[in-house]
Design a binder for this molecule. Structure first.
Ligand SMILES: NC(=O)c1ccc[n+]([C@@H]2O[C@H](COP(=O)([O-])OP(=O)(O)OC[C@H]3O[C@@H](n4cnc5c(N)ncnc54)[C@H](OP(=O)(O)O)[C@@H]3O)[C@@H](O)[C@H]2O)c1
Length: 191
């Protein structure tokens, strides 16, 4: 039986993850701003693909429907001035876990440009995607999902490491947009 995945947001990231999941044989549904609660209710795994500033509203819309479920946080914790909003002592994902105390938050996807999220590939090479969570079972499920899409999936440990993944996501944006390397770029963890 296929895993049902509810994607909150249908923009660059939401639609790319939806395509990747569909190619990998997962069943997914994207939300709009009105039906977040309904999409989360019918899902086993939830992906947050909304702007960082929309998280509180989305948490409110989800109510208790995310309880007991995996919530993949794909957001980059950015201010409206495109600066890193948090770091060093906490992360967007850790703050999300505090709001969704009964869900299993996993940080993933945020270090990759949306253009490559449906395949995990760039110029014939496999990109790395990390997953960090305090729940090992949830983290392993997300690693499996990343692998199914086509990424080289790497265990990034506990949710505290989301601080570094969010910094890495920020560096990706700096390299791609600010320093002019473009979005046909990405990270590969060689080992
Ligand atoms: N783009 C990238 O390459 C990339 C890479 C890694 C991580 N990220 C992160 O992923 C997240 C999404 O980025 P994106 O590029 O996909 O943004 P986007 O194209 O602007 O899409 C955002 C989506 O969130 C929805 N949304 C906004 N506020 C909402 C709310 N209050 N309730 C429900 N849905 C809401 C939007 O719906 P409407 O269109 O109806 O407003 C839209 O479908 C961001 O946190 C970003 O930092 C992006």
């Amino acid at each position: 039986m296929s895993v049902k995945i509810g994607i909150i947001g249908s923009g660059n990231v939401g639609s790319a993850i939806s395509r990747g999941l569909s190619k990998a044989g997962y069943e997914s549904r994207m939300s709009n701003e009105e039906n977040v609660n309904e999409v989360v209710s019918g899902a086993e795994i939830i992906v947050l693909a909304v702007p960082f500033g929309a998280i509180d509203d989305v948490v409110k819309k989800m109510g208790d429907k995310a309880n007991g479920k995996i919530v993949i946080d794909a957001t980059n914790a950015l201010t409206s001035e495109m600066k890193l909003a948090l770091g060093f002592t906490t992360s967007g994902a850790e703050e999300l876990q505090k709001k969704l105390t009964k869900a299993k938050v996993v940080k993933a996807f945020n270090t990759v440009f949306a253009q490559h999220m449906d395949s995990g590939k760039l110029n014939g090479q496999t990109l790395t995607a990390f997953a960090a969570s305090d729940d090992e079972v949830a983290r392993n499920k997300v690693l499996e999902l990343l692998r199914a899409i086509g990424f080289d999936a790497v265990n990034a440990g506990g949710l505290e490491n989301a601080r570094h993944l969010e910094s890495l996501g920020f560096l990706n944006i700096q390299l791609g947009y600010v320093l002019g390397n473009g979005t046909s770029t990405g990270f590969k963890y060689v080992r």
